[in-house]
Write a protein of this length. Sequence first.
Length: 427
Amino acid sequence: MAKSKEKQYIYIVQATLEPAKCKIGKTNDLERRLKEYNSMTGISKDNIYQYLFTCEVKNMTQVENDIKEKYSTLREEKSKEIYFYNSYLFNQYVIFIKNHNMFLKEIFIKTEPKKQIVKIIKKTTPSLEEREISRKDVMQKAKKIKNDEFYTRYEDVEKELSMYNKSVWKNKTVFCNCDDAVGDTEKSTSAFSLYFINNFKELKLKKLICTHYSGVVDLFNQGAKGYIFTKDGFHEFKEYPDGYNGSFDHPLSLKILKEETDIVCTNPPFSRAADYWKTTIESGKKFLIISNITNVKNKAYMHYFIENKVWAGYNRVDCFLNPKKELVEAAGHWYTNIPIINRPKYEYLKIVSLNKIPEKYKKYDDKKILIVNDGYIPDGYKKPFAVSPRIILNGLLEKGYNMTQDREYVPYINGKRCFGMVLVQKI
Ligand SMILES: C[S@@+](CC[C@H](N)C(=O)[O-])C[C@H]1O[C@@H](n2cnc3c(N)ncnc32)[C@H](O)[C@@H]1O
């Protein structure tokens, strides 16, 4: 009689005392496999293996191999089935398995009560749909940011970083140096760190170095000691050097910046932004950072734009998350010294001769300085003229114009103060 075909399963299992790891494997018998894990010699009674996900598949070897291939950089060691774990990655593994053409059905295994299992937290940023609110509601509820203590959202990091050609990152060491913690869960990991860990292989990174800052507010719940997390290929480790506080200007951080870093990438504290820009720009390294959108008209930063040491990145950042994980309104923008290719926002620059600019979008202030609005730029106009800061963020300085002064220009019309603008001139 022909032997009935054995069922095939893929599982994700985790030990209670190893929350930063999980094992992804295959078996014909889920119950027996779990018993095997829990009876391994040397395993402590408190270290209990539990399934996080199990499913039936048509060809377990193929699914397992495809997981190995897809997540090769997230494996602790090439030879073992141990994968880096946090809730974001866990979701990715499950989505991958469920979308595999060999996936049949999820199996729900009753876990024994009382046993401690690792809590799988929700995605850091639930979608507006998930929270059943509209963007308008969010913006109405949003509060103004008052301090440094807020998180960058994963989607904002992904949106900006995916704009750059992958060759930018190839064989590079990336340094995330403003409390870019790497914890056991998504909640305790900065979006910058997570993005680079998740895309380490895809971007062909050489190394990722992230630091945790031991400030007054421990945004990522990572303890009072500063640390340095390094991912060097498959090898991942954390160091807690004596007296290290994780500050970007700590001698050890400066040493990493100077000796190891190719690209700096983070959202630095607003309160230290001027020092941070100075340190980073003077290091001569490439950088991609978030800062206040108004920096283009702020005296502390404008000279960098004039000297062509910095320019706007692709996107603005309208929201962050506060420590309660609530959305807060923000006025951030990406800034960089990495080349911007075909900036999409050029399309908002309407460079036409002065007489083609509609009257309502051009006027002269009390000093007879031309002020243009609505994206209009007078082509062939030789004198300085004033534009809104947004025009600089849309790439005007890349179109043959420069700022003529390193401070905001405040026009007066009929003695009435107008909004602060930026004075520019055709080179
Ligand atoms: C805007 S938050 C961003 C946190 C994280 N990089 C992110 O993007 O989600 C700025 C962080 O920098 C930390 N910080 C403050 N002073 C710092 C310093 N001197 N060096 C490094 N980080 C600092 C703050 O505690 C805060 O966690």
